[in-house]
Ligand binder design. Structure first.
Ligand SMILES: Cc1cc2nc3c(=O)[nH]c(=O)nc-3n(C[C@H](O)[C@H](O)[C@H](O)COP(=O)(O)OP(=O)(O)OC[C@H]3O[C@@H](n4cnc5c(N)ncnc54)[C@H](O)[C@@H]3O)c2cc1C
Length: 376
């Protein structure tokens, strides 16, 4: 049986470990704080259509492919644990706060339709029939039935439980270095060093590096990864008596600023998210103010909710917005840089990463994601 060391237990590393166990591999996971970074703060939208951004066309097929894989992944994980994943398939509404936002929404819907994505134009009245908590003053709405959601923290817990029950060992330490057979970028990894262990990687075994932003801190990674933190602030609110204030993901444009509201268990709602490259890892009050103002403008029902939590996570950004997914050297698979879409892209990244760790070639779909591309 092949042994694979997965470094990093965010959603990508955990799901990759799960896919490896599905294929019969023996797996060790190394992470000092599983699911403690971007995964902990993520909204969890599985939104290959609503998340479309102009000039990111190479990402669209990856997003659609991964969304299509999700129901099967959820089903297999749910068969391996009794813990919930927070997967919901109620669809997504996108609304516009003013006339300029409505024009933007209509143009985006035309762009999405031109790429054969399913977007249904609906009236604000219809949107409010689906979600009575929305403002009557909205200027436009579309429905995207195929955009779903998962609760990232719950899904990570479910994966950890499934992996433990399959005998996967978790080492709660940082990986510090990859030891190579020779001083050569293509040489095989022969060991993974952690803070207090040296884990041997013998012939036929492999390593998956799924450390999000942490990849840059590990010695012996030869691919020219260019990762940068893109901070996102997110708030969690709860209805006073646990009632559901909204029942599906609502995204909005408010004076050109994006906002989203994601229903969670027990009447909680995640409100997100900013996108900042100002090197502030704390949660600035201006970000909280903007999120609350825009969220309440879209859905005034939120004014009654109480604040439960706030926080700031760092998305692992890359220069071309594509992940780094591919082989570097004989037995190392790099799977990081999932940026804004890492929860969505987990299903694809995990399956492809696992296959490659077990010897498969990179599929054509991810040709543009080669971790060595900056060197070319
Ligand atoms: C506010 C916010 C909202 C978001 N919303 C969405 C969304 O709605 N939908 C979506 O698809 N994406 C969303 N994202 C993006 C998504 O969160 C990330 O792309 C995704 O979580 C990346 O997963 P990952 O497993 O690669 O990285 P991470 O979740 O960052 O996990 C990396 C793991 O590696 C570990 N690690 C780091 N260094 C080492 C080391 N040296 N040794 C061992 N372990 C190490 C860390 O402890 C961590 O557990 C959002 C991000 C943010 C910040």
């Amino acid at each position: 049986m092949s042994h694979v060391t997965v470094i990093g237990a965010g959603l990508v590393g955990l799901a990759t470990a799960f896919e490896l166990t599905e294929r019969g591999a023996d797996v060790t996971v190394v992470d000092p704080a599983p699911a403690g970074q971007a995964t902990h703060f993520a909204g969890g939208m599985l939104a290959p259509v609503a998340e479309v951004q102009y000039r990111q066309e190479p990402l669209y097929p990856l997003m659609l492919d991964s969304a299509a894989r999700y129901p099967d992944l959820i089903e297999r994980v749910s068969a391996a644990t009794e813990l919930p994943t927070g997967h919901r398939t109620d669809g997504t509404l996108v609304v516009a706060a003013d006339r300029a936002d409505a024009t933007h929404l209509a143009e985006l819907a035309a762009h999405q339709s031109a790429h054969e994505m399913t977007v249904e134009r609906i009236t604000v009245r219809e949107a409010r029939r689906l979600e009575p908590g929305l403002s009557p003053n909205l200027a436009g709405a579309v429905s995207i039935p195929g955009d779903h959601e998962v609760a990232p923290r719950q899904f990570a817990e479910a994966l950890i439980d499934a992996l433990r029950s399959r005998g996967v060992e978790f080492i709660a330490e940082k990986a510090t270095a990859l030891v190579r057979a020779a001083d050569d970028a293509a040489a095989a990894v022969t060991a993974v060093r952690t803070e207090s262990h040296t884990l041997p990687v013998t012939d036929g075994d492999s390593v998956v590096l799924a450390t999000g932003l942490g990849a840059s801190e590990i010695e012996g990674v030869n691919a020219p990864l260019q990762l940068r933190p893109v901070y996102g602030d997110i708030l969690i609110a709860a209805a006073p008596h646990g009632e559901e204030l909204i029942t599906r993901v609502v995204r909005g444009f408010v004076e050109d600023r994006p906002i989203y509201l994601i229903p969670r268990a027990e009447g909680r709602i995640a409100i997100g998210a900013t996108s900042r490259e100002d090197h502030r890892a704390d949660t600035p009050l201006f970000a909280v103010r903007d999120l609350l103002r825009d969220a309440c403008r879209v859905a005034p029902c939120l004014e009654e909710a109480g604040m439960v939590e706030w926080g700031t996570g760092a998305r692992p950004g890359t220069p071309d917005d594509l992940p780094y997914l591919g082989r570097e050297g004989r037995n190392l698979v790099i799977s990081t840089g999932y940026f804004r879409h890492g929860i969505l892209l987990t299903a694809l990244g995990a399956a492809v990463g696992a296959e490659m760790a077990l010897g498969a070639e990179a599929p054509e779909l991810i040709a543009a994601c080669d971790p060595r591309r900056a060197r070319r």
